[in-house]
Design a protein around this ligand. Structure first.
Ligand code: SF4
Ligand code: SF4
Ligand code: FES
Length: 664
């Protein structure tokens, strides 16, 4: 806890954290401080000067705006000295003279003891009870919440007024209503709700809560607004979770070359429109302007590149391509060609390992030396894929197809390829190392559509935040979170506003509850209710989602992919496949052999240690898998039980007919 200091407030000794906002401290102590430009969800502006207090420090006394002042050692604050009260009275009277019928101004004047403002009445007096009082809150909300500059002030002195550019309706305004939310007078009114929601105020109020949290907390927690999801690269590398060289390792000495600060400082343009949704207060999508391409059909052209997002940069590490230039060039061309960066990156990493292991040679790759870090060759594969020629076409078929071809045509070892080919259900694994998290292994592998990036949050709960330590916790997480993800995916809502930035008091919940970020789950429920008029809670949400999730599983089963063997990951996801991998983390693995399995690793060949560890980890995985099946109401083979379909009200004859023969 930060060390407290002592200051004097109206002659009394008060303890406070150095640097704390002075206004908050004074208000928490019940001091009478009028404010106008201040809003708790906005950064302080210090423009109206109504909140002045007198501060004495080092023998000097001065009036300062308490909303912008910070607690400092040795300060003595007077909140009601005669100079303070006189100053406030004068400003309040000026405001009342100019806007005599605005309720918030009347209230401030009353609190400041102003009874007569006639001296300040004149040609500038505005009798509108909803007049704009030039408090600046709306301008700041537009900038801070949605990173726009739609509103500003024009004119000087008496002519000063709030406006959009050139006094006209700015087409860039997204109608987010942030400005109306903070306006103290009602000068800004929302006149249309194009989507006709059931309760627009409920939606706005909860949306503003999110906006305020993003503006206030993101700079300390994630810096998404600054660097986008690329901030995760640094965290993953530090936690040994960044996939490097086809998921062999979780960190790499060169990873620093693609840390978020590199993109922020050298490439990203700040303050540009978000590439996802313009009104988003998280605004995680970033862009690099005037990036000159070196390869492909647009070589030599300067372009705008979206990103990189974490998964793009993570895939670069997976391919051993630790160069920000490559990350952007590759990202641009994947976007331009419509190629999924995760699938291509993970598949290419597999190709590189296979090349280094001698499974394929230059004879198969069209002369390209596809070792880890081969940036130009990787880009050439991508261009080939787009042109529909050469080895790039094979890469475009994905890992599952490549494994089959290489076994069939080149006599490759199927067991080795199965172990290192990072795909489940035919989909390439997204960019997180899950070796030490059985929950994440199951989260990826049990996902109906395969191990895509939407399923990657368990890694944070398990490995970064340690919120689901026991098997039961993990099984419960594997019940709740896929259903929760399915739910907000079905609603078309973004995940990032759920658990990237979390409320300050989220840690007061027990760990398993904290992992759910209950306050943010409620925001989503309120949004749903505001749109539809239907109140929602955890139970109803889970039931809604479970219906869809079970139907998805049944469809998957009908397509031949919805049983236990399709929920098993390649061993590379669970543990070290090669001696090189084991040796790179030997201390950790040896310790686990000693402490979990009671085996003394000393003197044992690395192959034997790998075998022992593998048997243990595979058994652990099966245990979690079976517990999760049970919790979901599925058979031991992973098929939804008809009793569960009944419970959910989806036991329609044509549905039950599909799974009837697969019951326990
Ligand atoms: S509605 Fe949103 S974008 Fe438009 S001016 Fe207000 S805060 Fe800015
Ligand atoms: S419109 Fe409202 S929020 Fe904006 S400056 Fe005027 S009073 Fe303040
Ligand atoms: S509230 Fe502090 S200057 Fe306006």
């Amino acid at each position: 806890m930060a060390q407290k200091i002592q200051i004097l407030v109206d002659g009394r000794t008060v303890e406070a954290a150095p640097g704390a906002p002075l206004l908050e401290l004074l208000q928490s102590r019940g001091c009478e401080i009028p404010t106008l430009c201040h809003h708790p969800d906005l950064a302080p502006a210090g423009s109206c000067r109504l909140c002045v207090v007198e501060i004495e420090a080092r023998g000097k006394r001065r009036l300062v705006a308490s909303c912008t002042a910070k607690v400092r050692d040795g300060m003595s604050v007077s909140t009601a000295s005669e100079p303070v009260l006189a100053h406030r009275r004068r400003i309040a009277a000026m405001h009342l003279g100019r806007w005599p019928r605005v309720p918030v101004i009347q209230e401030i004047a009353r609190r400041c003891g102003v009874v007569d403002a006639s001296a300040y009445r004149g040609t500038m007096t505005d009798e509108n009870p909803r007049a704009c009082v030039l408090c600046t809150r709306c301008v700041r909300a537009c900038e801070e919440f949605v990173q726009q500059r739609i509103l500003d002030f024009a004119g000087r002195g008496a002519r000063r007024h709030m406006t959009m550019a050139y006094g006209d309706v700015d087409p860039h305004c997204i109608g987010c209503t942030s400005c109306a939310y903070v306006c103290p007078t009602g000068a800004i009114q929302v006149v249309d709700d194009l989507n006709h929601p059931h309760d627009p105020v409920m939606i706005r109020d909860h949306g503003m809560k999110v906006n305020a949290e993003m503006a206030r907390l993101d700079p300390q927690q994630c810096r998404m607004r600054q660097v986008g999801t690329a901030n995760i690269i640094d965290v993953m590398d530090q936690y040994d979770l960044l996939p490097c060289h086809n998921f062999k390792f979780g960190s790499h000495p060169d990873a620093k070359k693609i840390y978020s600060a590199v993109f922020r400082d050298q490439y990203l343009t700040q303050g540009e429109d978000d590439g996802c949704w313009k009104g988003c207060s998280m605004a995680c999508a970033k862009a690099a302007e005037d990036f000159e391409l070196k390869t492909g059909p647009y070589a030599g052209r300067k372009v705008l590149v979206d990103g990189p997002e974490y998964e793009n940069a993570g895939a670069c590490a997976n391919m051993g391509c630790f160069d920000p230039w490559f990350a952007l060039e590759w990202n641009f061309y994947c976007d331009t060609y419509g190629v999924d960066t995760i699938s291509f990156g993970t598949c290419m990493a597999f190709v590189m390992e296979a090349f280094e292991a001698g499974v394929i040679t230059e004879a198969q790759t069209g002369g390209k030396k596809l070792r880890f870090g081969a940036m130009l060759e990787t880009l050439e594969c991508l261009h080939e894929m787009a042109r529909g020629e050469g080895f790039g076409v094979d890469v475009g078929q994905g890992i599952r197809w490549l494994k089959e071809k290489w076994v069939r045509e080149y006599g490759a070892d199927p067991a080795f390829l199965q172990d290192i080919g990072m795909e489940v259900k035919g989909l390439e694994v997204s960019e997180y190392v899950a070796k030490e998290s059985v929950a994440q292994q199951a989260g990826y592998s049990m996902a109906v559509k395969g191990p895509q990036h939407d399923e990657a949050w368990l890694i944070f709960m398990d490995m970064v935040n340690n919120q689901i330590p026991s098997f039961e916790d993990k099984a419960e997480a594997l019940y709740y979170f896929p259903l929760w993800r399915t739910w907000f995916g079905l609603m078309g809502l973004c995940k990032l506003l759920w658990n990237d930035v979390v409320p300050v008091d989220n840690k007061t919940y027990p760990p398993q509850q904290a992992a759910k970020v209950p306050d943010h789950v409620r925001n989503y429920f309120k949004f749903f209710e505001g749109m539809t008029g239907i109140p929602l809670d955890d139970e109803k949400m889970l039931a809604q989602s479970a219906r869809v999730h079970n139907l998805q599983r049944i469809m998957s089963y009908r397509c031949g992919r919805g049983t236990r063997e399709h929920d098993l990951p390649p061993y590379r996801m669970m543990g070290p496949v090669t001696a090189e991998e084991y040796e790179s983390r030997a201390e950790r693995y040896d310790k686990q052999l000693r402490e979990i399995l009671g085996v003394d690793p000393a003197g044992k060949p690395v192959e034997e240690k790998i075998r022992l560890l593998r048997a243990h980890r595979e058994a652990q995985y099966v245990r979690v898998l079976e517990t999760a099946y049970e919790r979901r109401g599925w058979t031991r083979n992973g098929v939804p039980r008809i009793s569960r379909l009944k419970e959910l009200g989806i036991d329609l004859p044509e549905i039950t007919a599909i799974v009837r023969d697969a019951q326990d």
